[in-house]
Structures are given as C-alpha cells and as structure tokens.
Design a protein around this ligand. Structure first.
Ligand code: FEO
Length: 161
C-alpha cells in the first residue's frame, strides 16, 4: 500500500493539473474572442496536454491501488490586459506547478521509490513547460511592438500539433 502522504499529494496534483487545463482553456477563449485564433489553437492543445498530465497521475494512483479523489477546480481568470499578461500568468503558473512537483518528489524520495521514479517525468516536463512559457512571453513582448508581429506569431502558433 502506498504511503498516505504520497497518495494525498498525488491527488492534490491531479487538481493542479486540471486547474492548468482550465486556465489554458480560459486563455484559449480569451484569444479566440480577440480573433487571435492561432493563439487560441495553441492554448487548446496546451489544455489537452494538461488533462493528459492529470490522467497520468490518476492512472498511477489506481495502479498503486490508492483512492482517487477529484475535488473540483476553483475558478480561473477569464480576462487579461493583453497578450503579454497572458504569458506572464502562464509562466508564473508553470513555476508554481514546478514547486508542487518538486515538493512531492522530495517526499517521494523518502517515502516511495515507485512514486519518485514516476515523478521524474514530471520534473523534466516542468523544465520544458517553463522554457516554452518563457519563450512565448518574450515573443509576445516583441510582437506587442507591431500588429504585423502579433499576426505573424498568431500564424506560427496555429501550426502546433
Ligand atoms: Fe502539467 Fe503545464 O504542467
């Protein structure tokens, strides 16, 4: 049986990942309403990835024969001042998720080798998530200086698969 503290932390992480999904969906809606459909597309894919992260933890808990608890998602913002502020929030959010993952990982190192190995994927993933958010924040800052730049970035983001 898995350590209860680990099971609790992993259940909380499911909540964080579904919160991420909702946050990126809200960003997708915001961009669509601004007719920045490429940004909206990128955010939809990001949201789907976050749901995938939640499901990874969900399946892992069940494999450990541990209870899964879904406690709902608190409301996410719906509006931002501009594109730059969206990516500032995305980066700050990913940094917070990294802290959560690092916290569970440290606990897992003491309490559960299986959970520690499982969480290594998330530790690496968070490096990528932060790097992507940082890159898009910088690009959004550059694009803010010209409408043509913003539309070019929009068409680039529309290509995400
Ligand atoms: Fe699930 Fe964006 O990390």
């Amino acid at each position: 049986m898995v350590d209860q503290k680990i099971a609790d932390a992993l259940n909380e992480q499911i909540g964080h990942e579904f919160y991420s999904q909702h946050l990126y969906l809200a960003m997708a809606a915001y961009f669509d309403l601004m007719e920045l459909k490429g940004f909206g597309h990128w955010m939809r894919i990001q949201a789907a990835e976050e749901a995938g992260h939640a499901m990874k933890v969900f399946e892992f808990l069940l494999d450990l024969d541990a209870e899964v608890r879904l406690n709902g998602v608190k409301p996410v913002p719906a509006k931002w001042k501009d594109t730059v502020h969206v990516f500032e929030d995305a980066l700050a959010h990913e940094q917070k998720v990294t802290e959560f993952i690092n916290g569970i990982y440290e606990l897992a190192l003491k309490e559960s080798h299986a959970a520690a190995v499982f969480l290594q994927w998330f530790v690496t993933e968070q490096v990528e998530e932060e790097a992507t958010a940082r890159e898009l924040l910088h690009k959004a800052m550059i694009a803010q200086e010209s409408k043509a730049g913003l539309l070019f970035l929009d068409s680039e983001l529309a290509k995400r698969k």
